[in-house]
Ligand binder design. Structure first.
Ligand code: ZN
Ligand code: ZN
Length: 210
């Protein structure tokens, strides 16, 4: 059965909301659906590296509704000045000779150069207390899941194990290590940074303090 045009028009009118949401809310909601996909940083809004913002991107000149808030390694000051799209397509890295993670050390030799470049130049980084760095597994970069506290890290025994042995070389006792791990906090020092291998799914973590 085909509905007469007048009925369809009435139905359409009925679903119109009586109060319109603010335009910025609509822009932010629409952009969120189409945020670029970052293989090695799958939810940068949840981790806090990308935030809703009316700031203009210095790379594309547009106000996209979201801005990158993590570290930028470049000669220009680019704090809260790059949109996620200009990170994803390499525009910001190329334009400002910028990197978003300092991967200068600790990269296993079996990780291809293309992966290192994707992490440093086309993936949002994250802020840590002293020295952000990435983690790797299965000859690939791992996906950054976010800063976590002790109980969130403890939910992943493989990551917990890494954290537990982080200070072995410094001669920490079992009790020292235990109280350190239980003091981990998402918002205060020390903090754990959780990753997941994109190939085997193993969880990895390191911690950092101020
Ligand atoms: Zn941009
Ligand atoms: Zn793996």
């Amino acid at each position: 059965m085909t509905l007469p045009a007048t009925v369809i028009r009435f139905a359409l009118r009925k679903v119109q909301p009586t109060t319109q949401p603010a335009r910025t809310d609509i822009v932010a909601a629409m952009s969120a659906f189409s945020l670029p996909i970052f293989k090695y940083h799958p939810d940068p809004v949840a981790t806090g590296s990308i935030k809703p913002s009316d700031a203009q991107c210095r790379a594309c000149g547009q106000v996209r509704g979201f801005i990158y808030t993590g570290p930028v390694y470049s000669t220009e000051e680019l704090h809260h000045a790059i949109c996620p799209w200009c990170i994803a397509d390499g525009t910001a890295a190329e334009k400002f000779d910028a990197e978003f993670t300092d991967i200068g050390w600790g990269v296993p030799a079996d990780v291809p150069k293309a992966v290192r470049l994707e992490v440093s130049q086309r993936t949002p980084g994250f802020s840590s207390w002293q020295q952000d760095h990435w983690l790797y597994h299965c000859a690939d970069a791992a996906a950054f899941l976010g800063p976590v506290d002790g109980s969130a890290a403890g939910a992943h025994p493989d990551a917990w194990e890494m954290l537990f042995h982080e200070n072995d070389q410094s001669g920490w006792s079992y009790e020292q290590t235990r109280s350190y791990l239980y003091s981990l906090s998402r918002d205060h020092s020390p903090t754990a940074y959780l990753f997941r291998c994109v190939r085997c799914g193993r969880h990895l973590a390191f911690s950092d303090s101020d």
